[in-house]
Structure formats: C-alpha cells, structure tokens
Ligand binder design. Structure first.
Ligand SMILES: [Zn+2]
Length: 234
C-alpha cells in the first residue's frame, strides 16, 4: 500500500512485506523519499518454537537431552516438518522399511537398522517441533544405537511430540528405490508405520517410485525417502 503526502512521498509497507526483518519506527531516507515500515501484527510472527517445557522431561531411551531442552517461545496451532534420508544398499544386510523386513538381495548399511523411512519420519517430526535432527539426538557415534531398531527413534519422537502438546494431523511419505517393487508391501509398511506413530491409518500415506535407472538410486545402490508431516496442537 502506498500513500502520498504534500511534502514528499511516504510509503507504508504493510506487514505482509518482505521486509519484516527490517521493522523500524524510524524513517530512513532515500533520495526525495521517506519510507516507513509498519510493525507486523503479533499473530504473524513465525520465529517460534513449540511449547516444549516438557522436552526437559526425562527420556525413556536416554537420548542426548542437551539438544531437546531448548526454551520455547511460542505455541502455534499447526506445525509442518519435512524429513529426508538416504542409505547405501549393500549385499549382506537386511532391507528394513517402516519396520518391515523386505526380501531383497541387499540392504542398508547403517549404524542402526538403516530404516530409511522411519529415519525420515523421525526427522519430519523433529523438524516440525523445531528440534535438531535425528543425528544430533541419536548420534551414530554412540554405541547405544548400534544395530538399534528404528522404532525406538520413532517412539522417542512421538514422545517429544506428545509432550510438546501436538498430535499428527497427517503424514505423506515417498520412498525412492529402483528395486524391489514396494507395491506388494505397501499396505503392511503403512499399517506398521501408523501403529508405531499411534496414528489412524487414514492420516498416514505412503508412495513409492523408482529413479528411472539413473544415479545410485536408480542403480539399486541406494534408497531414499522424503516425508512431510503436519502436526496439530492438541
Ligand atoms: Zn537413516
């Protein structure tokens, strides 16, 4: 919105301007132009962390709590998180996806069980809560997590979400791998993931696609997953 005065042009930039970070009551001068930036309405503030006083509560699995106990500043009604993970596929390892052992000629070489889907779901939840990533909370330098079932990480992420006062609105995950075909296992994986999350299966969606035979994903040398999650204040 722009307004003109008699002596000079004064521009009032609304709170939806890209210039939130430059909020000031003091006019600054451009040649022959005064520009005023209006303070945004409080409700538009997005620099918030969830109300996570509970995050300092003791962890059932002994996670690195120094990274989960940051002070909250504000509660939002909804929070969105994104997770991504990728693992190398090597012969001689099991292929665990969503807690299900999928028959294949190779599996994920990783510190834990290498469950790419559960890892990226954990990261999506942590991201939505404004917390550090899975590697900081469950460091792979800690022998405690060697060969751990990734369901442990999911349960801890769900505990953090629950105690922060949020529940899952819905989740959409995409697996990327060339082989094996996921369609025969999709419902089993989705159902187990819903169970681990304590969520209704109708809010947990799973898709799978190949990588068109290109790059490591398309050459059966790696597997990746993306997850987007919406959390809602309880
Ligand atoms: Zn992983």
């Amino acid at each position: 919105m722009a307004m003109a005065t008699s002596s000079s042009t004064q521009l009032l930039l609304s709170s939806s301007s890209l210039f939130h970070s430059q909020i000031t009551k003091t006019p600054f001068l451009l040649p022959a132009t005064k520009i005023y930036l209006r303070r945004p309405k409080k409700s538009l503030s997005l620099s918030c962390r969830p109300s996570v006083t509970v995050l300092a509560a003791s962890s059932a699995v002994g996670v690195n709590e120094s990274v989960t106990s940051e002070k909250p500043t504000k509660t939002l009604p909804f929070r969105i998180g994104h997770g991504f993970d990728l693992h190398r596929l090597e012969p001689g390892y099991p292929l665990i996806i969503g807690g299900i052992d999928i028959p294949h000629d190779r599996g994920c070489e990783a510190h834990s069980d290498g469950d790419v889907l559960l890892h990226c779901v954990v990261d999506a939840i942590l991201g939505a809560l404004g917390l550090p990533d899975i590697g900081q909370i469950f460091p792979d330098s800690d022998p405690k997590w060697k060969g751990a079932a990734s369901s442990v990480f999911i349960k801890e992420a769900v505990r953090l979400m629950d105690e922060a006062g949020y529940e899952i609105g819905n989740l959409d995950a995409t697996l990327i791998l060339q082989r094996p075909k996921i369609s025969p296992h999709k419902e089993t994986i989705r159902s187990n993931l819903s169970k681990l999350l304590g969520a209704d299966p109708s809010v947990v969606n799973l898709k799978a696609k190949t990588h068109e035979k290109v790059d490591s994903l398309g050459e059966n040398r790696s597997i990746a997953a993306h997850t987007v999650i919406l959390l809602m204040k309880k």
